[in-house]
Design a binder for this molecule. Sequence first.
Ligand code: FAD
Length: 389
Amino acid sequence: MSSPFEPPDYYLLDDVLTEEEKLIRKSVRDFVDARVIPIIASCFREERFPAELVPEIAAMGLLGANIDGYGCAGLGNVAYGLVLQELERGDSGLRSFVSVQGALVMSAIHELGSEEQKERWLPRLARGELIGCFGLTEPDFGSNPGGLQTQARRDGKHYVLAGNKMWITNGSIADLAVVWAKESGRIAGFVVEKGTPGYSTSLQKGKWSLRASVTSELHLQDCRVPAENRLPKAEGLKAALSCLNHARAGIAWGALGGAMACYSEALQYAKTRIQFGKPIAGFQLVQAKLADMLTEITKGQLLAHRLAVLRDQGKARPEVVSLAKRNNVAMALEVARSARDILGANGITDEYCVGRHMANLESVKTYEGTHDIHTLILGQDITGIAAFT
Ligand SMILES: Cc1cc2nc3c(=O)[nH]c(=O)nc-3n(C[C@H](O)[C@H](O)[C@H](O)COP(=O)(O)OP(=O)(O)OC[C@H]3O[C@@H](n4cnc5c(N)ncnc54)[C@H](O)[C@@H]3O)c2cc1C
């Protein structure tokens, strides 16, 4: 059976956290221990998002937690990162829910919406009364969202939207969708509310990753959206990508949570699993794996912390965020694979968390810009030469 979480903090990062940050982390950690860990394996098995936890997550102030005003908690980015780290320690699906709601949907409305739109939607999204999703990806346009084909056409007091979105987290449970479409060839953002004629969703089933998360297609068939639902500042691809930037920074923290869970489990398992008459933790090859895992987690923790400080100071360029997302997710995936290996056959069962995290992190590596797309972003930043096409 899986053992209690023992979070690694080799470089004493706790010493630089404020009391408030530690308190917030503790409350989310306790919540995950009490409410997520006992049910998450069966949610994953049943391919079910634990929607019953949303009111508790909202009551803790975790939705849009780093936004100021509109009923949001206004946390700094370190505290916000710690929240996501702890949630993903439970499951990437839960962290994905919070990231999409806060960093994609609420941030889009907060930064690209009118004052009226903010007042209308943000407080209810923060209270979890409304659930949001973010529709950018299409069946034929993933890494290259600039090519998206969903169309928007003005018709009197409405926009008429036509197209399909795919791989949309929260899609089928969402009350509103931030949808990106092209209006006269230029990308624009719209809020499409559930019940709008011509708008429907379908659940994407059969995933072996992020099974405790809702992933859906959005269908827009001449969907008539009131003109006042157009986000006035959501113009051009840059606007859409600016939302992704917030989510990517959070993912750099979230992935740490998955990695720390796997490390903790593997270490405790290695100390108690006896082979050849002694604990496997006593073999050099196992120690090498643990040493590598701890080293990489520690580097990831320092990176995430510094990223959050830079974000608080307004100094984190998108490329700086890319570096952290790319590194920490790849690191977490490697840690999960090593941990799975240390657990031997037990590592492939859902009695332990390592296999679930490993499978989840494959999605996390792909969404919010694939690992390789972030490599190209960094390559362009380093050399000044774009290698995307
Ligand atoms: C579980 C899950 C949830 C998601 N949630 C959302 C969501 O809420 N909203 C949303 O809009 N999207 C969401 N996505 C979609 C996600 O953002 C896309 O999957 C991602 O952008 C990659 O697009 P793709 O899957 O079409 O892969 P592709 O773009 O087809 O890429 C396939 C492979 O080709 C590589 N590749 C592509 N272009 C290049 C290039 N120029 N040079 C080198 N290699 C290249 C990629 O790195 C990748 O390895 C989600 C995806 C998943 C799996």
